[in-house]
Design a protein around this ligand. Structure first.
Ligand SMILES: *Cc1c(COP(=O)(O)O)cnc(C)c1O
Length: 376
């Protein structure tokens, strides 16, 4: 099946005999054993639950992996990921990662004895120089957040060779636009809270991988600490996924229309959207993705104007997060990227004039109209 059909028909309930079209919410903490030493495949919901399993199997097929694990949120997935590493390991990250990921790595690195380096992974020479025999993983987001820097996944794989694990946070593009495992990544992580769920009503996270051995290690972690997604949230994500392609197409078209409007606006200095003709990552995007996504950032002429826009928008909501049906605007310097050191923020271009927009599925005219009045 094509991805868009899989979204509709891919979540299967392995147990249901009733003919129910939706995967039921198996709201059960424990499961009866059919006999001594026997199991239906489900014993206790911290370990596995049928609703979560249906979602995990669907996500594995969407990303082209052999296994997927669903977590209570994206950060829980990233925390579990760290469990794959040992004291002394070295991890290289792209330098404008999601702020929460940087916070987690900063907190966990010293405690676990894992060393992190943040670099421009597109700089092949720099990447080569940063690699050492301790390097166990390269972790990238593409396009990045909020600067929309595009990283060439195939090129990174080529530079780091086959031994080092390559992980891609695919939250921004989803498997509808980009399938990192096919481009050389070993692992894909997601904040399913964003486009996959799509309705700003629940948190969720994923790890998808082709390696069964690592999957087993990750399952051991979720079984031990209980960070797996609840049955009800699994149901909501399965439901959200059904319209993923439709939503992405509409929000993406809206993002392009907004980016073009902002480019022409005299109070906007810069627009960062990979779909614009002059975006430096456009060619790489076209070579590895089938869409540019629905996220864009823009720099207005002054800090006062940036703050005024946040207060004046009316249909557009000033709120953290992204990827839902509602258009959201955020102020990275105070919200998502507040935890980045100022030196790093400035170097990346995350300043007090920068706003980030997640295009929703409203009429593009209404989004543009709202931005237009806010910018005036
Ligand atoms: C939101 C986000 C996360 C964290 O996910 P939560 O579901 O909020 O825990 C990680 N990476 C990216 C790119 C995100 O946007």
């Amino acid at each position: 099946m094509k991805l868009e059909s899989l979204l509709i028909h891919g979540a299967k309930d392995s147990l249901n005999q009733t003919g129910a079209i939706s995967v039921p919410i198996y709201q059960s903490a424990t499961f009866v054993h059919p006999g001594v030493g026997q199991s239906t495949g489900f014993d206790y919901a911290r370990v596995q639950n049928p609703t979560r399993q249906a979602l995990e199997r669907l996500m594995a097929s969407l990303e082209g992996g052999s296994e997927a694990l669903a977590f209570s949120c994206g950060m829980a997935a990233l925390d579990a990921l760290l469990g794959l590493f040992n004291r002394g390991d070295h991890i290289i990250c792209s330098n404008d990662l999601y702020g929460g990921s940087v916070r987690l790595f900063d907190a966990a690195g010293p405690r676990l004895g894992i060393e992190f380096d943040y670099i421009d992974v597109n700089d092949q020479k720099l990447l080569e120089r940063t690699l050492s025999d301790k390097t166990a993983m390269v972790f990238i987001e593409t396009p990045s957040n909020p600067m929309m820097t595009v990283t060439d996944i195939r090129a990174v794989r080529k530079t780091i060779g086959p031994r080092i694990m390559l992980t891609v946070d695919n939250t921004f593009l989803t498997p509808i636009c980009q399938r990192p495992l096919e481009l050389g990544a070993d692992l894909v992580v997601h904040s399913g809270t964003k486009f996959l769920g799509g309705h700003n009503d629940t948190l969720c996270g994923f790890i998808i991988l082709s390696d069964c051995f690592k999957a087993e290690k990750l399952r051991y972690i979720t079984k031990t600490v209980g960070s797996g997604l609840t049955p009800f949230d699994s149901f909501l994500i399965i439901r959200g996924l059904k319209t993923l392609k439709l939503r992405i197409e509409k929000s993406q078209a809206n993002a392009l229309a907004v980016a073009e409007f902002l480019t022409r606006h005299h109070r906007v200095n810069k627009v960062y959207y990979p779909g614009l003709l002059d975006h430096p990552g456009r060619e790489i995007s076209l070579s590895q993705s089938t869409g540019f996504g629905a996220m864009l950032s823009f720099e207005v002429e002054s800090e006062e104007l940036a703050k005024a826009v946040l207060e004046r928008v009316s249909m557009i909501l000033y709120a953290e997060s992204l990827g839902g049906v509602e258009t959201l605007i955020t102020y990275p310097i105070l919200q998502t990227h507040a935890d980045l050191p100022e030196r790093v923020r400035e170097a990346l271009g995350i300043n007090s004039r920068l706003l980030r927009l997640s295009a929703g599925v409203e009429a593009s005219e209404d989004i543009i109209e709202d931005l237009s009045q806010a910018l005036s």
